[in-house]
Write a protein that binds this ligand. Structure first.
Ligand code: PGA
Length: 252
């Protein structure tokens, strides 16, 4: 759970997607400073099979372990699936739900995302609920409607600032090498923040989509950006650390 003191911290979450091995995780841990800088919380979302090894390997580091999805059910005849309770039992404290690669590649709907986020809370963990528009939504000027509809439909009743963050990830920026512009990020984050406050559910909002050490400080400065969800650049300890360092220098 996210304590009062931790709410003011900048959250940097790495999403390893289907990458990594015991060997590369060992190298990553060796290359990462043991302590997170003051004012920053570090999370690494690993492929499920690497989670127990990650738990051991990060033992002396202030890094929290995350997963990239879960099933909404507690148990059952669901071949290949993993429940939130199984993740929690293995030391996971954060779970990404509704990543665009799950929404697009595995046909996950907002209702699925809501069910998964509720399961994450049921198991006592924190949910990172991803939202973001496609390029065509932006081209047609509907991007804010699309984003806010996803927020509204993906948030379970159990979501509160102690257990949930939203990650705004424009789908067209993910893995493209180019993050959204500062104006685009500000517009989306301000709209999400306003919606959350109007609906009495103020939550931190992270930005994701090609965040790199070179772009991190300018994005971290933008109002309503409370952290980052980092894909490609989180696989390398020096670029992950570079992102952390430049964000923390700006925010504090
Ligand atoms: P990226 O991925 O940083 O490689 O663009 C972000 C994400 O998919 O969460």
């Amino acid at each position: 759970m996210i304590s009062e003191a931790q709410k003011s911290t900048f959250l940097v979450v790495g999403n390893w997607k289907m990458n990594g091995s015991r060997e590369s995780l060992g190298q990553f841990v060796n290359g990462l400073p043991k302590k997170a800088p003051v004012g920053c919380r570090r999370v690494v979302c690993l492929p499920s099979i690497l989670i127990p090894f990650g738990q051991e390997t990060f033992e002396n580091h202030t890094v929290e372990i995350g997963a990239q999805t879960c099933n909404a059910e507690r148990f059952g005849a669901l071949t290949g699936e993993i429940s939130a309770e199984m993740l929690a039992e293995n030391g996971v404290s954060w779970v990404i739900v509704g990543h665009s690669e799950r929404r697009d590649g595995f046909s996950e709907t907002d209702a699925d995302v809501l069910g998964k986020a509720a399961a994450v809370h049921r198991a006592g963990m924190n949910a990172i609920i991803c939202v973001g528009e496609q390029q065509e939504d932006r081209a047609s000027g509907r991007h804010l409607d699309v984003i806010l509809q996803q927020v509204e439909r993906s948030l379970p009743k159990s979501a509160a600032s102690e257990n949930t963050v939203i990650a705004y990830e424009p789908v067209w920026a993910i893995g493209s090498g180019e993050s959204a512009s500062e104006d685009q990020i500000f517009e989306a984050h301000a709209a999400i923040d306003t919606w959350l406050k109007e609906n009495a559910r103020p939550l931190p909002v992270l930005y994701g989509g090609s965040v790199k050490p070179e772009s991190a400080s300018n994005i971290a400065k933008i109002q309503h950006v409370s952290g980052f969800l980092v894909g490609g650049a989180s696989l390398d300890p020096s670029s992950f650390q570079g992102i952390i360092k430049s964000s923390v220098e700006i925010v504090h």
